[in-house]
Design a protein around this ligand. Structure first.
Ligand code: SAM
Ligand code: SF4
Length: 342
């Protein structure tokens, strides 16, 4: 394998004004989804006109521009990335770049519904790890949370992913009055299935039908319940991402906690997010963004992209402002998580 940084023109590396180097891209490939999770979307979402959405070719060109500037990992997200028509062709191209040493990893975050028929092809395309979002193992509750009756499909998808050789991590949003009582059982299931579990606090992104505060569950309040059942030791494991990990005595798998509200995690931020319309958001929790689509579609994409990415680095904020103040969630941003990609 070639030295992973051989190809990287150092002058172009993406470094922000706080000295954080960007080596991780979350690329949303669609804002559409076959579920309607209550904390993520409203039931009646207005989706983007197709013409505004980057083509698969443009998504690849953009990925390549980031790779040329030192990005080593790309996570495809959405919306639901696996409902994007032709997505495998993009994943195959990125998988080839992994083979050629231009990228360390191509991965994705998925709701799992398409995995029964896509898991084997994902492995073939070069994906080795995926995150699957799963908030409950109870069919009725799954339908209540996601507004769709697809738990069996998701569980079949997780089985198919494991059978195909993919490493699966489960992401669970902790929701007061919904899955909070079930989280210890969900964790026991993950450990029995050999899956890492990451719990996430719900974040104030976009208008939804429910009041977010009603569902907000601080993970600091949940941790003691899990500690009653397992011996959890803070682990040095880091991915450069927001999760803090614990090892679980007697088990090979880890527990991760993402605590945007109870513990800010922005100091070591190594990532940017790009929407399926080519807007780069330098922080999940801020509205600052730069339009890369205009650069991509200009007469001189290379120069325009260089300028746009330079501007983005100057504007990357120190961190998000999500917080609870007097029982109200503050630091809210207007766009939905399904727009920016999780
Ligand atoms: N559809 C895919 C999925 O569900 O995994 C990928 C996109 S989804 C927006 C990515 C992740 O964001 C999921 O794990 C989801 O649970 C999480 N998410 C969505 N809205 C959220 C919110 N408001 N607060 C915290 N996590 C959220
Ligand atoms: Fe779709 Fe993922 Fe949002 Fe659920 S969390 S509605 S699966 S994009």
């Amino acid at each position: 394998m070639p030295d992973s940084h051989d190809h990287m023109p150092q002058t172009k590396a993406l470094t922000d004004t706080f000295g954080r180097q960007i080596n991780y891209l979350r690329l949303s490939v669609t804002d559409r989804c076959d579920l309607r999770c209550r904390y993520c979307m409203a039931e009646d979402m207005v989706f983007l006109p197709k013409a505004d959405v980057l083509t698969l070719e443009e998504l690849y060109d953009l990925s390549k521009a980031f790779m040329d500037r030192g990005v080593r990992r790309i996570r495809l997200t959405g919306g639901e990335p696996l409902v994007r028509k032709g997505i495998l062709s993009l994943i195959e191209r990125l998988g080839d770049d992994v083979d050629r040493g231009l990228l360390d990893e191509v991965t994705l975050t998925t709701n799992g519904t398409q995995l029964p028929h896509m898991a084997a092809d994902l492995y073939k395309a070069g994906v080795r790890r995926i995150n699957v979002s799963l908030d409950t193992l109870k069919p009725d509750l799954f339908e209540e949370i996601s507004r769709r009756n697809k738990l069996a499909q998701v569980l079949e998808g997780i089985r198919a992913a494991k059978a195909a050789g993919l490493e699966v991590k489960i992401n669970t949003v902790a929701l007061k009055g919904m899955n909070d009582g079930e989280i210890p059982d969900l964790m026991a299931w993950c450990l029995a299935e050999g899956l890492d579990l990451t719990l996430i606090e719900t974040m104030p992104l976009g208008e939804i039908d429910d009041a977010r505060e009603d569902r907000y569950l601080p993970l600091t309040a949940l941790l003691p319940t899990l500690q009653d059942r397992w011996t959890l030791t803070p682990s040095g494991h880091r991915t450069g991402g927001p999760a803090r990990y614990f090892s679980v005595k007697g088990h090979a798998n880890r527990l991760g906690l993402i605590t945007p509200l109870t513990g800010n995690f922005c100091d070591g931020c190594n990532r940017v997010r790009v929407t399926c319309t080519g807007r780069i958001y330098m922080c999940l929790g801020q509205d600052d963004h730069v339009d890369l689509r205009a650069a991509l579609r200009s007469d001189d994409p290379e120069a325009e992209l260089e300028a746009a990415l330079g501007k983005a680095m100057l504007e990357k904020p120190k961190g998000h402002d999500f917080a609870m103040q007097n029982d109200r969630m503050v630091g809210t941003v207007g766009r939905h998580m399904s727009q920016t990609g999780g």
